[in-house]
Design a protein around this ligand. Structure first.
Ligand SMILES: NC(=O)c1ccc[n+]([C@@H]2O[C@H](COP(=O)([O-])OP(=O)(O)OC[C@H]3O[C@@H](n4cnc5c(N)ncnc54)[C@H](OP(=O)(O)O)[C@@H]3O)[C@@H](O)[C@H]2O)c1
Length: 383
């Protein structure tokens, strides 16, 4: 059992959605310094970028109580997880670290990007693990994904992945390898944290990301623009065909729920192992997509079970949704008993009505979140 011991924490991925929320939660719930390892960009050094993005996230999430903590307790290490030692010169390393939170990753998924994905998610995890050992960390928390189980359907327990079901894509493959790698580490406590599909903040709805639910929004928006250019108001009259089962569950979970659960596991000294950071109230795909199309002002989709039922316009959308395709057919129910045992029952129960999902999407569209995230990240190497 390892609880925070007063020594500083080290967070990777703090310029991103999940790592940023974890860093803010650590500032709120602990008293030690929080080291954030992040990349410089061609426009902005990590030393400026990290506090800027954390300050914006804190403001977006209504976490005014941590705003003063950012300049006071955040220490930035300029580095890159793909480099040996994460590219941080020895002289700049802190003397010691109590707990390492590894959230940095590549969220690409295509075969053609395999080398880059493996470099970030497998080799990068090895480098972060090496740093954790070197700095004497007693706990390492790897942010993985609940979808690491690949093609498996039905009840998914908090257990290591078995090889009998293949991964859906290279991203999932790389997450499997990262989980296996950290499981072997000689660190007192290794927790593998598996979030569902992370969405914006549960109260403010803000979401500095283009991944998951929001990639659906972006793909459908781009598709609508193209169809309108070619066929005018076609989508006002015809429901677009989508290959999938509307009863399939998609595990949408707010980013603050994920960060609160992650940090709470550490605070209560939860033992090493696998923890689902998932919503016990999973959403149905049919409801989520109806909310999405509603927010975009187009008709609810027409669900089909056979590709032959798609016309050429439907098929063009399917091509865009190649990442999401598998998840629209594989119904998964995530058992989060271990997490609930340590975090309590209420935390992971976040009912999301179709109206509420629509509000998340409307907020994302209103913020122009995709443009903002892309602009903030544009100059990052490898992104
Ligand atoms: N979003 C979801 O729905 C979801 C669901 C389940 C699991 N997860 C997992 O949660 C973790 C974080 O995902 P996210 O949604 O927060 O993604 P994100 O917003 O894209 O953040 C990724 C973070 O990783 C950093 N990073 C990438 N490559 C790096 C490198 N070479 N060196 C240092 N930092 C690097 C990025 O830094 P830059 O700012 O420099 O790019 C960014 O801070 C990932 O492990 C992901 O697999 C996410």
């Amino acid at each position: 059992m390892t609880r925070p011991d007063g020594r500083p924490a080290l967070v990777t991925g703090a310029t991103g959605l999940v790592g940023g929320a974890i860093a803010l939660e650590l500032l709120r719930r602990t008293e030690a310094d929080v080291y954030c390892l992040a990349r410089d960009t061609s426009r902005e050094p990590a030393a400026r970028r990290v506090p800027r993005l954390l300050t914006r996230a804190a403001a977006d999430y209504g976490m005014d109580d941590v705003l003063d903590e950012i300049p006071a307790r955040v220490r930035v290490l300029s580095g890159d997880i793909t480099e040996p030692g994460c590219g941080v010169p020895d002289a700049l390393l802190p003397a010691e670290i109590g707990e390492v939170w590894h959230a940095a990753a590549s969220l690409k998924y295509r075969d053609r990007d395999r080398a880059e994905i493996e470099l970030h998610n497998v080799t990068g995890t090895r480098h972060v693990a090496g740093l954790a050992l070197r700095l004497g960390a007693r706990a390492l928390d790897l942010v993985s994904t609940a979808y690491v189980v690949g093609e498996r359907t039905g009840l998914i327990t908090e257990e290591p992945v078995t090889a009998d079901r293949p991964a859906n894509n290279v991203y999932e493959d790389s997450k499997r390898a990262a989980e296996a790698l950290v499981s072997e580490l000689p660190v007192d406590t290794v927790r593998i944290l598996r979030p569902g599909i992370v969405i914006g903040h549960s109260e403010t709805l803000a979401a500095p990301t283009t991944f998951g639910l929001y990639s659906f929004v972006d793909e459908l928006t781009a598709f609508r623009t193209k169809v309108e250019a070619k066929l005018g108001n076609y989508l006002d009259h015809y429901a677009i065909g989508i290959l999938g089962d509307p009863a399939t569950r998609g595990n949408l979970v707010p980013v603050d729920t994920v960060a609160t659960a992650a940090v709470r596991l550490s605070l209560v000294g939860a033992p090493g192992g696998i923890y689902h950071l998932t919503n016990t109230e999973a959403s149905r795909l049919g409801e989520a997509l109806a909310a999405l199309t509603g927010a975009l002002g187009i008709r609810s989709p027409r669900w089909v079970s056979d590709r032959a039922e798609l016309n050429s316009i439907d098929a063009a959308l399917s091509e865009r949704l190649e990442f999401q395709a598998a998840y629209m057919l594989q119904d998964k129910v995530f058992d989060a008993s271990r997490t609930r045992r340590h975090c309590g029952d209420g935390l992971l129960t976040v009912p999301l009505s179709p109206e509420r999902i629509g509000e998340y999407i409307t907020r994302y569209l209103k913020d122009g979140a995709a443009e903002q995230v892309v602009a903030a990240r544009k100059a990052a190497p490898g992104v």
